[in-house]
Design a protein around this ligand. Structure first.
Ligand SMILES: *[C@@H]1O[C@H](CO)[C@@H](O)[C@H](O)[C@H]1NC(C)=O
Ligand SMILES: *[C@@H]1O[C@H](CO)[C@@H](O)[C@H](O)[C@H]1NC(C)=O
Ligand SMILES: *[C@@H]1O[C@H](CO)[C@@H](O)[C@H](O)[C@H]1NC(C)=O
Ligand SMILES: *[C@@H]1O[C@H](CO)[C@@H](O)[C@H](O)[C@H]1NC(C)=O
Ligand SMILES: *[C@@H]1O[C@H](CO)[C@@H](O)[C@H](O)[C@H]1NC(C)=O
Ligand SMILES: *[C@@H]1O[C@H](CO)[C@@H](O)[C@H](O)[C@H]1NC(C)=O
Ligand SMILES: *[C@@H]1O[C@H](CO)[C@@H](O)[C@H](O)[C@H]1NC(C)=O
Length: 448
C-alpha cells in the first residue's frame, strides 16, 4: 500500500516539472560557446563556421577548464550556426524536413556537425517557435517533432529557439512588462502604460508563448540525443518565471548591440534577476559583443566580467581569426571562467551595493557597481567593482560590507583577477582608480 510517507518521498525525488535535467549533466552549468550571428549575421557558411571552430581550438579556448573534465559540462564549447542556414520558403515535400542550404553548407548540416565534432567541439543550430525565422526561413511551429528528429539525426547538440514568425492565433491574452523599452515601459523599469496587463498572480507558464516553447522542449526530450535548449523569447511572457522548467537558458531582454549604452541597459536589467539563476537554468542577457563595434578595452572587459559573474551563457560573437590579444585575454580570464563554471555553487554573484545610485535603483546607464559571490573553484569570494560613469573614478571594496565575508575579520588575502597579481594581506578595504566603464575583479581568500 502506498502510504502518505511513500508519496511524500516520491514527490521529493521526482522533479515536479519536466526541467531539462539530463543524466549527462549538459545544461547544468551555463554554456560556453561561439555563435556566428554577431560577427556574420546571415552571411554564414561552412568556411566561416570551420574557421571559428579551428580558432577555438588553436587559441586555447577549448582547453579552458579541461582539467575539470570530470565535472559535467565544464569543457563544453559550443559552436552555433544561427539564422539563414537553410533553403527559404520550402520544406522537403517527402520528409517535411527543413532543407539545409548546400551552397552555404556543401556537406549539409550533418557534414559540418561531424567536422566540428572531430575537433572535440559541439555544434548548435537555430530555429524559431514560429512558422518562419526572423530572417524569413522555415521555422518549427507545428513541426517540432520533425525538426527535433532531424537535428538529432544530424548530430546537433544545442538549439537556439527564437520568437519570430508566429501567427496571431498564438498571441498571448495579456501583455507582460519587459523593463526593456519594448512594450509600454519607461526608463525606471515599470510599465505604467501597459495595455491588457495580466491579473495579479497570473500563471505565465500557461501562456501561449510558454506553450510554443514547451512543444519544442518535449520534442527534444523525445530524441535519443541530448540537445541543450536555449530559449530566445526576448523576455516576453514573464519568461523568468517559467524558463527554468522549459529550457536551460532563456533570453531575458531584446537583442544586444555592440554599443556600451545597450550593454549597460541589459546588465542593469539582468542584475535584478539573480534569484532566477541556479543549476540547470540561466537567464540569458544575449551573446557577447567582446571584439565588436567600437567598445573600448575597458568596456569589453566590463561586459565579459559582468556576464561571467551573473552566470550568463558566455557565447562569443566575434570573428576569432581577427580578435585582439587584449580581448582574447579577457575571454580567457581563468578566474572568471572558474567562477562561472563552478560545479558546487550554482548561484551567481549578486550586487551588494549599487554605488553610483542608492541600492535597488533601476538605472539603464548606471547598473549596480559592487558585486560579490561565493566560489568553490576560487576557494574564496569573488568581488567586482565597476565604474559606470563616463569619467575615471575611484571605487573601494570594504570587507565589512561584503555579505560573504560576514563582517568578522579586518584583513584578507587578495588576488587581482586581471593581472593575477597577489596583493598580499589587505587591511579593511581595497581602492582602485577605474577608467570609464572599467571593472576591477578581486578574489578574496582567507583572513590574515
Ligand atoms: C563565407 O562567409 C564569410 C563570412 O561572412 C565570407 O567572408 C566568405 O566570403 C564566405 N565564403 C563563401 C565561399 O561564400
Ligand atoms: C527530400 O527527402 C528525400 C528522402 O530523404 C530525399 O531523397 C530528397 O533528396 C530530399 N529532397 C530535397 C530537395 O532535399
Ligand atoms: C491562446 O490563443 C488562443 C487562440 O488565439 C486564445 O483563444 C487563448 O485565449 C490564448 N490563451 C492564452 C492563455 O493566452
Ligand atoms: C517611473 O517613470 C515614470 C515616467 O517615465 C513616472 O511617471 C513614474 O512615477 C516613475 N515610477 C517610479 C516608481 O519611479
Ligand atoms: C541511443 O543512442 C545511443 C548512443 O548513440 C545508442 O547506443 C542507442 O542504441 C540508441 N538507442 C535507441 C533506442 O535508439
Ligand atoms: C531550476 O531547476 C533546477 C532543476 O529542477 C533546480 O535545481 C534549480 O534550483 C532551479 N533554479 C532556480 C533558480 O530555482
Ligand atoms: C561608438 O558607437 C556609438 C554608436 O554607433 C556612438 O554613439 C559612440 O559615440 C561611439 N563611441 C566612440 C568612442 O567612438
Amino acid at each position: 500500500m502506498l502510504t502518505s510517507l511513500t508519496l511524500a518521498v516520491l514527490a521529493a525525488v521526482l522533479p515536479s516539472t519536466e526541467a531539462l535535467v539530463r543524466e549527462d549533466g549538459v545544461g547544468r552549468l551555463p554554456a560556453l560557446g561561439w555563435n556566428s550571428w554577431n560577427a556574420f549575421g546571415c552571411d554564414v557558411n561552412a568556411t566561416a563556421i570551420l574557421t571559428a571552430a579551428n580558432e577555438i581550438v588553436k587559441l586555447g579556448l577549448k582547453d579552458l577548464g579541461y582539467e575539470y573534465v570530470n565535472n559535467f559540462g565544464y569543457q563544453l564549447l559550443i559552436k552555433v550556426v544561427d539564422d539563414c542556414w537553410s533553403v527559404q520558403n520550402v520544406r522537403n515535400s517527402t520528409t517535411q524536413r527543413i532543407i539545409p542550404d548546400t551552397t552555404k553548407f556543401p556537406d549539409g548540416i550533418s557534414g559540418i556537425a561531424s567536422q566540428v565534432h572531430d575537433l572535440g567541439l559541439k555544434i548548435g543550430i537555430y530555429s524559431s517557435a514560429g512558422e518562419t525565422t526572423c530572417a524569413g526561413y522555415p521555422a518549427s511551429l507545428g513541426y517540432e517533432q520533425v525538426d527535433a528528429a532531424a537535428f538529432a539525426e544530424w548530430g546537433i547538440d544545442y538549439l537556439k529557439y527564437d520568437n519570430c514568425g508566429y501567427p496571431s492565433s498564438w498571441d498571448d491574452k495579456y501583455n507582460a512588462c519587459i523593463p526593456d523599452g519594448t512594450i509600454g515601459t519607461n526608463p525606471n523599469g515599470t510599465c505604467p502604460d501597459l495595455t491588457d496587463p495580466a491579473p495579479a498572480g497570473y500563471d505565465w507558464s500557461k501562456s501561449n508563448t510558454s506553450i510554443r516553447y514547451d512543444h519544442m522542449r518535449d520534442a527534444l526530450l523525445d530524441q535519443n540525443r541530448t540537445i541543450l535548449f536555449s530559449l530566445c523569447d526576448w523576455g516576453n511572457a514573464d519568461v523568468n518565471t517559467w524558463g527554468n522548467e522549459t529550457g536551460n537558458s532563456w533570453r531575458m531582454s531584446g537583442d544586444i548591440k555592440a554599443e556600451w549604452t545597450r550593454i549597460a541597459q541589459i546588465a542593469n536589467e539582468n542584475s535584478f534577476l539573480m534569484n532566477y539563476v541556479n543549476f540547470w537554468g540561466h537567464p540569458d542577457p544575449d551573446m557577447l559583443e567582446v571584439g565588436n563595434g567600437n567598445l573600448t578595452v575597458e568596456e569589453n572587459r566590463a561586459h565579459f566580467a559582468l556576464w561571467a559573474i551573473m552566470k550568463s551563457p558566455l557565447i562569443i560573437g566575434t570573428a576569432l581569426d581577427k580578435i585582439s590579444d587584449d580581448n582574447l585575454a579577457t575571454l580567457k580570464n581563468k578566474y572568471l571562467i572558474d567562477f562561472h563554471q563552478d560545479p558546487v555553487v550554482g548561484r551567481p554573484a549578486h550586487p551588494y551595493k549599487w554605488g553610483y545610485n542608492p541600492d535597488w535603483t533601476f538605472d539603464p546607464s548606471h547598473p549596480a557597481e559592487y558585486w560579490s559571490g561565493p566560489s568553490s573553484t576560487l576557494e574564496g569570494t569573488l568581488v567586482l567593482m565597476f565604474n559606470s560613469e563616463d569619467k575615471t573614478a575611484t571605487r573601494t571594496a570594504v570587507w565589512k560590507e561584503i555579505p560573504e565575508l560576514g563582517g568578522k575579520k579586518d584583513s584578507y588575502y587578495v588576488i587581482d583577477a586581471w593581472s593575477g597579481k597577489d596583493l598580499g594581506c589587505v587591511h579593511k578595504s581595497h581602492s582602485v582608480s577605474l577608467k570609464s566603464h572599467d571593472v576591477s575583479v578581486l578574489v578574496v581568500k582567507g583572513s590574515c
